[in-house]
Design a protein around this ligand. Sequence first.
Ligand SMILES: [Zn+2]
Length: 72
Amino acid sequence: MSGADAENRAPTHIVSCPTCRRSVPWKPESRYRPFCSKRCQLIDLGAWADGSHAIPGDPQWGDDGDGDPEAS
Ligand SMILES: [Zn+2]
């Protein structure tokens, strides 16, 4: 009789890749976790640098009042 088997099998924690939403097992082999791959990690870092993750609510540019010539 053995009832200790289950204890050796801890359920793998799964997270979603922030970039592509793939399931990523949270374990040492997943070296880019929470990303599924280095590519997704770079994409996310790039998005930050790019400003895509900027806080919403920024005023739209275009209202800086550069003197319009007569529009007629
Ligand atoms: Zn991914």
